[in-house]
Design a protein around this ligand. Structure first.
Ligand code: NI
Length: 179
């Protein structure tokens, strides 16, 4: 178990499509070790989420959690392990919101995401997860799952004037956490 280095944008493996986790890995020591490393790495980096490819494992595993945070007032997302996720938008409604990424440190950008989604997948033991969510929870899931398809949030930006350094854009919010 260890805090692992987080790969930064420009690393070729971050741009790859990650493979499905094979079902015989559910509940395995190998998976538990990966998840523990991901959790320690996310907490150490003060992130809201982390995808396995960000620590160099190109497998379809993400974790996320949003606790009370002045950046996201009123938003709480329970700690979730989501494996082999499938996202289905429930409406065409897009909302713009600021995102950061632990693989793009120090920067934030405005990204359009579906506001209302259904997502499914599996937890660490292979139990099904099935949720319908909106708003920031939906944004976090879309951001993390994009990592599994080799997509970083700047690749989704439509307006590069809304891209900049966190400490300049949000001087009153400290520390400057990333996702
Ligand atoms: Ni990210």
């Amino acid at each position: 178990m260890a805090i692992r280095p987080i790969l930064k944008m420009g690393t070729p493996s971050l741009m790859e499509r990650s493979r499905e986790l094979s079902t015989d890995k559910f509940g395995s020591a190998e998976l538990m070790s990966l998840l523990q490393d991901m959790k320690e790495t996310m907490i150490d980096a003060r992130g809201a989420g982390l995808a396995a490819p960000q620590i160099g494992e190109n497998v379809r595993v993400v974790i996320f959690e949003v606790r009370e945070n002045p950046r996201y007032p009123g938003v709480l997302v329970p700690f979730t392990v989501l494996i082999n996720p499938v996202i289905t938008p429930l409406s065409d409604q897009l909302v713009e919101g600021w995102e950061g990424c632990l693989s793009v440190p120090g920067l934030r950008g405005a990204v359009q995401r579906y506001d209302h989604i259904h997502y499914t997948g599996f937890d660490a033991q292979g139990n099904p997860i099935d949720r319908t969510v909106q708003g920031f929870h939906a944004r976090v899931v879309q951001h993390e799952c994009d990592h599994l398809d080799g997509v970083l949030y700047p690749m989704r930006m439509k307006d590069m004037s809304k891209f900049g350094f966190t400490d300049i854009l949000f001087p009153h919010l400290a520390p400057y956490d990333d996702d």
